[in-house]
Design a protein around this ligand. Structure first.
Ligand SMILES: *[C@@H]1O[C@H](CO)[C@@H](O)[C@H](O)[C@H]1NC(C)=O
Ligand SMILES: *[C@@H]1O[C@H](CO)[C@@H](O)[C@H](O)[C@H]1NC(C)=O
Ligand SMILES: *[C@@H]1O[C@H](CO)[C@@H](O)[C@H](O)[C@H]1NC(C)=O
Ligand SMILES: *[C@@H]1O[C@H](CO)[C@@H](O)[C@H](O)[C@H]1NC(C)=O
Ligand SMILES: *[C@@H]1O[C@H](CO)[C@@H](O)[C@H](O)[C@H]1NC(C)=O
Ligand SMILES: *[C@@H]1O[C@H](CO)[C@@H](O)[C@H](O)[C@H]1NC(C)=O
Ligand SMILES: *[C@@H]1O[C@H](CO)[C@@H](O)[C@H](O)[C@H]1NC(C)=O
Ligand SMILES: *[C@@H]1O[C@H](CO)[C@@H](O)[C@H](O)[C@H]1NC(C)=O
Ligand SMILES: *[C@@H]1O[C@H](CO)[C@@H](O)[C@H](O)[C@H]1NC(C)=O
Length: 886
């Protein structure tokens, strides 16, 4: 108490001394307060800005002071605070203000010219506000600025001549406004300019001013998505420092000046896509190439290898797509040391892809569709290990595909449709991330390679219009194919119904020898083999019964263990830790855990409901102790999990363990699991309730992923592991079991066949076993689909239409009106808009590409934004009673 008083005393002493010695500081404080007084701060983010504040103004929100003495404000950075009101010139009373950043607010006014009175201001950022009006000719008053960012506002009218006076500018950004007219020749003075951005001004109908070419220090020139027309001025080759050139999406015509690309020696990105350019690129583009002989272990060939001292050695991105270019595509690009992206689609380029492409060790993406390329697909392509997209459809490529063409471990999209390729389709094994493969409309012969079935994320497969023979590999039915088109080949034999169920019949047509349900031909051997070979259904059934047998075995095993532990109980090998006063002994637990109290078995062990002497119920999960986890580390891990406090996560009340087993004691919830509810005969839950369940689950997962320390991954999200209390509040259970059984045991259990075929498990688990948040997001997406469709993720009935829910939905939503077919028909039309919103989120969560999935936090926000729309009103029954059913 007294120490505190003394502290206060010293504090006030310090302040008064401070105030005495530095009246200029107190003036700056008043200046800031007066600047604040005209600003509307709806979120009260400037609460520290106050004359009664204990904080020195140098420590107020957004303020930085120069380190000189006395302290003086150097920078005011108030971006993204939803501020509005007037930007008053009083801020210019700060004598050393250097940087003013008010970006990402809602200031609604003309350009604040009066800020030109700020004598020391060098950088003014007003990006992304509601600034309107024209650029006045007095803009020249800002002559001392080196950075002016007015992008993303509503500024209109012409660019005034007087802009040319701002000769100290290093950065000028006017992107994304409503500027119009002709850009005058104002750039000659801008000798220091490094970044010029006039992009996204759709009314800027102008030629590219020639004098831009004089900007010898310019590093970045962005003129894309405006309405620039006419030719690209020859003068641009004077931009000797330029790294980024973007002229895309304009109305440019004529040819690209012959020496432009070669002159810009520091160029990293060259983009003239989506214009009306024509002509060819010079043969000597990026001069300095040499012809050398190169021999690979497999065969030898002659290739063009760029001289390492050649031009363009920093070029990473070359984009000329969607123009009218012709002539040979500049072949040297394919083997530049840093090249990552080459896009030339939709032109009339001729030429070939050289074997030397193997020199392009950073190449990620090549798109050359719809041109006149010919020659063979080079063997060298398969040596580029960074390639993830290669599309060259609608060209004249011929010959066989090299066996290694899909060897890049990151390859995701291959499109070689509409060429003249022939021979067999090679077995593809190494591209474990392949999502889409189209080889349609070529002349491939032979069989569909069975190895396709081992590519875990393959989703789009188009082999139509070839000359393929043989039968459709059975293994393909295990993939989540959203598109499977083999029409117009010469395939024969039985089509597994589940492979094609939900897809248009036209994907099979033109194969007169195919037979099976839904096809014109039924298979001659249908009758006798009906039981053993009715396709996936039987297989699924088999898998499910396998799971069941495995489960039963576990139960039996558990039983034996139970007996043993019961007997050995006297030997007191049990150790228990209770986090709540449970008043129960291990003995009570063991006695309480019997066949009658078992409420189900998961892959990790049985779950029992045990009645405590107090009459309360607890739920006990019995884990067979796999690893050689010491009892100390086990205790640490369970304690870590037991400390979680979140309304959507089941509490761990305690645990006991012997040498053989671990009993995890969870709170018991009376509502059963969401999985039980969905699988019940008459699952009828109102949409509003379903949405709240989804939000709760998402919040629980977001908490585990981001808020709880250590961050946890649930790794076992499924509707059976979501328990409901009597108010339908969901709680996640059986989370993070990997920490208790240990990673190796966890993985080997998941890898057991029954578990790994579960449709809650994301497909990339096939090539990457690492725990990741994205695996949880995928599983959550499956649960959300169950809620939206009112359908179990894995149908256990044996009807022919049973398909895992992800596959089923993906196939449906791609057909007209398909979206409305997947929505649970038991829910009223008035909710459909919200349900479509949730479906969209679920589809993103279940994206094949893990990086495309949203975070759980994004999911929570997305789902919450669907709440409180029209359909909530239905929650009220006729008498104003809350009604749960539809
Ligand atoms: C503090 O600010 C309020 C209003 O902003 C003003 O009325 C008051 O006089 C100021 N006090 C001092 C000590 O400057
Ligand atoms: C600002 O806050 C920091 C940390 O709280 C402190 O060290 C510093 O002295 C403060 N600056 C002024 C000028 O009060
Ligand atoms: C942002 O400011 C506007 C207008 O000043 C106000 O209507 C709106 O509610 C504010 N938004 C937030 C999130 O505070
Ligand atoms: C202006 O602020 C925005 C928002 O923070 C930022 O993205 C932009 O880079 C800034 N402009 C300059 C020139 O630094
Ligand atoms: C260059 O700046 C001077 C004033 O400093 C101005 O008179 C002249 O017009 C400017 N040149 C251009 C091309 O804008
Ligand atoms: C491109 O220019 C032509 C005439 O030169 C004009 O008709 C057309 O509207 C322009 N297109 C765009 C997108 O500006
Ligand atoms: C590469 O080009 C440079 C100059 O252009 C030349 O000196 C060098 O000999 C060339 N290297 C090869 C391997 O041809
Ligand atoms: C398929 O093979 C037949 C004969 O073997 C041939 O006539 C036909 O042109 C081939 N079709 C294609 C698309 O290559
Ligand atoms: C949808 O199906 C059409 C053919 O029916 C196909 O061209 C398209 O690629 C499919 N799109 C998706 C996303 O599956």
């Amino acid at each position: 108490m007294s120490t505190f008083c003394i502290y206060l005393f010293f504090l006030s002493l310090t302040f008064s001394i401070f105030n005495l010695t530095s009246s200029s500081s107190s003036q700056e404080l008043q200046t800031l307060l007066s600047f604040k007084s005209t600003i509307q701060d709806t979120k009260n983010t400037l609460s520290t800005w106050s004359n009664t504040s204990q904080t020195h103004f140098c420590n107020w929100t957004g303020i930085s002071c120069s380190s000189s003495s006395p302290l003086s404000v150097a920078s005011v950075n108030l971006q993204s605070l939803n501020l509005s009101g007037d930007i008053s010139s009083s801020i210019c009373d700060l004598p050393n203000l250097f940087d003013l950043n008010l970006a990402n607010n809602v200031f609604n006014q003309p350009i604040p010219l009066h800020l030109s009175q700020c004598s020391s201001l060098k950088s003014l950022n007003l990006s992304n506000n509601l600034i309107w009006g024209t650029i006045p000719s007095q803009i020249s008053l800002f002559v001392s600025l080196s950075v002016l960012d007015l992008s993303r506002n509503h500024i209109e009218g012409n660019v005034p001549d007087t802009l040319g006076s701002l000769k100290n500018l290093q950065v000028l950004n006017m992107a994304n406004n409503l500027l119009s007219g002709d850009v005058p020749k104002v750039f000659a003075n801008f000798t220091k300019l490094e970044i010029l951005d006039l992009s996204e001004n759709p009314y800027l109908v102008s030629e590219i001013p020639e004098d831009i070419g004089q900007l010898g220090n310019l590093k970045q020139l962005f003129l894309q998505s405006s309405s620039f027309q006419g030719e690209i001025p020859e003068s641009l080759k004077g931009l000797i420092s330029l790294s980024y050139l973007d002229l895309s999406q304009n109305n440019l015509t004529g040819e690209v000046p012959k020496t432009l690309v070669s002159s810009l020696k520091n160029l990293v990105s060259f983009d003239v896509s989506q214009n009306k350019l024509k002509g060819s690129f010079p043969n000597g583009l990026c001069s300095g190439k040499v012809l050398i002989n190169l021999s690979l272990h497999t065969n030898s060939f002659t290739g063009l290898i760029p001289n390492t001292t050649s031009e363009c050695k920093s070029l990473e991105r070359f984009q000329v797509q969607n123009n009218g270019f012709s002539g040979d595509f500049p072949v040297v690009l394919f083997s530049l040391p840093k090249i990552k992206l080459i896009r030339g689609e939709n032109n009339r380029f001729t030429g070939q892809i050289p074997e030397s492409i193997l020199e392009a060790v950073q190449l990620e993406q090549v798109q050359l569709d719809n041109n006149l390329f010919d020659g063979k697909i080079p063997l060298g392509l398969g040596f580029v290990k960074s390639l993830y997209r290669f599309s060259a459809s609608l060209n004249h490529f011929y010959g066989e595909l090299p066996p290694n063409f899909c060897d890049s471990p990151v390859m995701s999209i291959v499109n070689l449709s509409h060429n003249s390729l022939s021979g067999h389709i090679p077995q593809l094994k190494k591209c474990r991330k392949l999502v889409s493969l189209s080889l349609a409309d070529n002349s491939f012969t032979g069989e569909i390679p069975s190895s396709l079935a081992e590519l875990p994320v393959l989703t789009y497969l188009d082999l139509s219009d070839n000359n393929l023979t043989g039968s459709i590999p059975l293994g393909l039915q295990n993939l989540k194919l959203a598109l499977f088109n083999v029409s117009f080949n010469q395939l024969s034999g039985k089509v597994p119904y589940s492979l094609i169920s939900g897809l248009p019949a036209s994907f099979l047509e033109g194969n007169p020898s195919l037979c099976g349900p839904g096809l014109p031909n039924s298979c001659s051997d249908d009758k006798p083999r009906h039981h053993s070979a009715s396709g996936l259904t039987t297989l699924t059934c088999a898998l499910i019964s396998l799971a069941f047998v495995a489960g039963t075995a576990l139960v039996a095993g558990g039983f034996i263990l139970y007996r043993r532990s019961c007997k050995e109980n006297e030997a007191a090998v049990w150790r228990s830790v209770f986090f709540y006063p449970l008043r129960i002994t291990e003995h009570d637990l063991v006695i309480g855990m019997n066949e009658k109290s078992s409420i189900g078995n998961g892959v990790f062990g049985n779950v029992y409901v045990v009645s405590l002497p107090s009459g309360d119920l607890v739920s006990v999960k019995k884990l067979v102790k796999f690893g050689n986890q010491s009892s100390k580390s086990l205790k640490v891990e369970v304690k870590t999990l037991a400390k979680i406090r979140h309304k959507n996560i089941v509490k761990i009340l305690g645990f006991c363990h012997s040498d053989e087993s671990v009993f995890l004691i969870y709170e018991y919830l009376h509502g059963g699991s969401l999985g039980d509810l969905i699988s019940s005969q008459n699952f009828e839950l109102h949409w509003g309730v379903r949405l709240r369940i989804a939000i709760g689950v998402a919040q629980g997962l977001a908490y585990l992923h981001k808020d709880y320390v250590p961050h946890l991954v649930h790794r076992n999200v499924k509707s059976k592991n979501i328990l409901l209390d009597v108010n339908f509040e969901p709680k996640l259970t059986h989370f993070a079991l990997d920490r208790i059984v240990g990673e190796p045991a966890f993985q080997s259990t998941l890898d057991s066949e029954a578990a790994s075929s579960s449709c809650y498990i994301a497909p990339e688990y096939g090539y990457n076993k690492k725990a990741s948040e994205q695996l949880d997001v995928y599983s959550f997406g499956v649960v959300l689909l169950e809620l939206v469709c009112g359908r179990q993720a894995e149908q256990t009935d044996s009807s022919e239409s049973s398909l895992d829910i992800v596959k089923w939905v993906r196939r449906k939503v791609n057909i007209t009106n398909g979206v409305h077919q997947v929505l649970d028909s038991k829910i009223s039309q008035t909710c459909h808009q919200e349900m479509v919103g949730a479906l969209d989120i679920a589809l993103r969560c279940t994206s094949v590409v893990p990086e495309k999935r949203p975070s759980m936090l994004d999911v929570v926000r997305g789902l919450q934004s669907l709440e409180s729309r029209t359909c909530v009103a239905n929650l009220q029954g006729p008498n104003g009673e809350p009604s749960i059913a539809v």
